[in-house]
Write a protein that binds this ligand. Structure first.
Ligand SMILES: Cc1cc2nc3c(=O)[nH]c(=O)nc-3n(C[C@H](O)[C@H](O)[C@H](O)COP(=O)(O)O)c2cc1C
Ligand code: SF4
Ligand code: FES
Length: 572
């Protein structure tokens, strides 16, 4: 693409298609049926539902009046397959191929939503037809996921119709590289991959670094168990990541980007490959973008599914084709990254925020969230909670709102016990802290972390020793073995937890766990080891009595550990 006019023409024509999805009458169609085509809904057989809808439309001679679109993940994966019918934004869940006939006959032709397929608040009789009236969607603010429900991820035109590539155009034609970096700094955006470092600062280090060429890397490794935020962005809106990376290329003076995605995400890889191909075809990647002389291209690197490869120095080694093992920092990747050259590495979600910030401005972004944590955060809600799936909320939303309003509370009238944030590097937060706002500093103060967005809710039937053991076991398995505090120390901690949970715990074991944890945290080489003890420390901090009951009384209140009858030998 050599000019802004070309972009404007594509945008105008795509907006005609898209306007029905904002509730306006369609230009070409009476309705758009958006069926979720995220990995979760694919697993619950959404393809068969789409086929059945197309068949029913054909049977009733309505194919020309209705557009059926396969989107990225819409969020409520546990209700899948889900669909939204525009212009009235009617939300259907748990669809089966046999429901297609009713949707076409009653809703599309008859004008009445199919009541039995609508969402109902658990325990309430009346359904909630419009997606905009469902609490799960209402409380969200979608910046990162701005497009995932509204566009076909395979259509670059639809992305452009939603202001896609307008930020890149702005960065290339109306801003100097230094201004782009300043804008990101001013926005207050912090990295969404876990540590929460200022994105603008990171970019400024690479921009100022001496070596060339420079590189831009997207971390799509997403190894936390249960997390799939990044996967949904890559599957549902791959162009947002491509555009974000290209903007950074312009800002720091890089011409090459790499997206590192795990091999277990075949759909994300497929959609990203397609998006890169389309962006090249449209001249939005490649040489002389918008006729400005700026060149930028992206390659995909596929990881083999090791958690440690998400750590930035291990990831960069893996991008180069070497064994994915962390190395000491400094030097930080911003100064010495891929092939020893200055490299900006950011998380998928961080990248997806960039076009929105450049397009709408730093002030807009900084007006959302809390004083030190700006914008929104995407979470993968899981565990003992009514609504599981992907949600995006403004920073500062409380844990209580997350669990009870958005998540719909704890099913089967059970008691809330704790919420775990930050995956294997994070911590468990008990009920008395439910009014804590979700931001980097507040979660850190509680011994948890924001992490990349895993959020697991636990009820009264969860044993906190068992949960700590689960996360630690994950880190023991995933440790690369390079340094002894992590390789040996986490194993020793796991052995202690194992004996506590089988009724062989000893007096002093809690103190020993804390001592080992503190040593590992301060001496391990990389973040995996440095954070591996967090789930143990946080459960000891808030649920010490449970550890003591296991050790002294051989009692597991949650009845998870196998000496629940008080006989420690029962497990042998
Ligand atoms: C063991 C380990 C695994 C990590 N996995 C990921 C990951 O899957 N995705 C990610 O973006 N960051 C991950 N990180 C953080 C990265 O090292 C790095 O901080 C991040 O990619 C920087 O991007 P951001 O500034 O946008 O957050 C991991 C860190 C550690 C220690
Ligand atoms: S802390 Fe663990 S994962 Fe990191 S380098 Fe050491 S052994 Fe490897
Ligand atoms: S995959 Fe369909 S709602 Fe998440």
């Amino acid at each position: 693409m050599k000019s802004l006019d070309e972009l404007a023409i594509i945008k105008e024509s795509a907006q005609e298609t898209l306007q029905i999805r904002y509730g306006k009458p369609g230009v070409l169609h009476k309705a758009h049926i958006m069926v979720c085509g995220g990995q979760g809904c694919i697993s619950s057989k959404c393809a068969e539902v789409v086929d059945a809808i197309r068949e029913a439309l054909k049977k009733h001679n309505f194919s020309d009046h209705v557009k059926v679109v396969l989107t990225g993940c819409m969020g409520p994966c546990d209700m899948g397959p889900v669909a939204v019918v525009f212009p009235d934004a009617v939300f259907y869940r748990r669809l089966k191929p046999k429901d297609a006939e009713a949707i076409v006959l009653e809703h599309i032709i008859g004008g009445q939503p199919v009541t039995r397929l609508l969402y109902r608040v658990p325990g309430e009789k009346d359904p909630v037809p419009s997606m905009y009236d469902i609490e799960l969607f209402k409380k969200q603010e979608r910046i990162v996921l701005r497009n995932t429900l509204y566009i076909d991820p395979l259509s670059i035109e639809e992305y452009i119709g939603r202001d896609g590539y307008a930020a890149l155009a702005k960065a290339l034609t109306r801003m100097r590289p230094g201004e782009v970096v300043e804008e990101i700094k001013r926005s207050g955006l912090r990295g969404r991959g876990g540590a929460g470092f200022s994105t603008g600062m990171k970019w400024s280090f690479s921009a100022a670094a001496a070596g060339t060429p420079k590189y831009v890397v997207c971390n799509g490794d997403e190894g936390d168990p249960g997390a799939f935020m990044d996967r949904s962005v890559l599957e549902g809106d791959p162009h947002s990541v491509i555009e974000g990376m290209a903007i950074c290329g312009r800002a720091i003076g890089a011409e090459q980007g790499y997206v590192y995605v795990r091999a277990e995400y075949p759909l994300a890889i497929e959609r990203l490959e397609h998006a890169i191909r389309k962006a090249r075809e449209f001249g939005l990647l490649g040489k002389d973008i918008f006729g400005t002389g700026f060149n930028f291209d992206i390659e995909i690197r596929i990881g083999a599914g090791a958690f440690v490869c998400g750590e930035e120095t291990a990831l960069l080694a893996s991008v180069e084709g070497r064994r994915g093992e962390p190395r000491p920092r400094p030097p930080f990747p911003a100064i010495e990254g891929v092939f020893g050259k200055p490299t900006v590495i950011n998380n998928v979600e961080t990248w997806a925020n960039i076009p929105a910030i450049i397009f709408k401005g730093a002030d807009w972004f900084a007006s959302i969230g809390t004083p030190k944590s700006k914008g929104t955060k995407v979470f993968a809600l899981a565990g003992k909670i009514t609504n599981t799936g992907i949600v995006e909320v403004p920073m500062g939303t409380t844990l209580r709102e997350m669990v009870f309003d958005i998540g719909g509370g704890i099913p089967k009238k059970k008691e809330f016990k704790a919420v775990q944030t930050g995956g294997p590097s994070g911590g468990c937060i008990p009920a008395r802290h439910l009014d804590t706002p979700i931001d980097y500093d507040s979660l850190g103060a509680l011994g948890a972390i924001m992490g990349s967005g895993g959020m697991i809710v636990m009820d009264q039937d969860t044993c906190m020793v068992d949960i700590a053991k689960f996360f630690l076991e994950f880190c023991v398995d995933e440790s690369c073995g390079k340094c002894s505090p992590c390789r040996i120390g986490t194993k020793r901690m796991h052995e202690i937890l194992e004996r506590i949970s089988t009724g062989h715990g000893r007096e002093g074991d809690i103190e020993l766990l804390v001592e080992l944890a503190t040593t590992i945290k301060t001496t391990a080489l990389c973040g995996l080891g440095q954070t591996a003890p967090n789930p143990v420390l946080s459960t000891i901090r808030y649920f010490r009595d449970e550890y003591e009951q296991h050790i002294r009384d051989h009692v597991c209140v949650a009845k998870v550990c196998d000496f629940a009858n008080g006989d420690p030998d029962a497990s042998e």
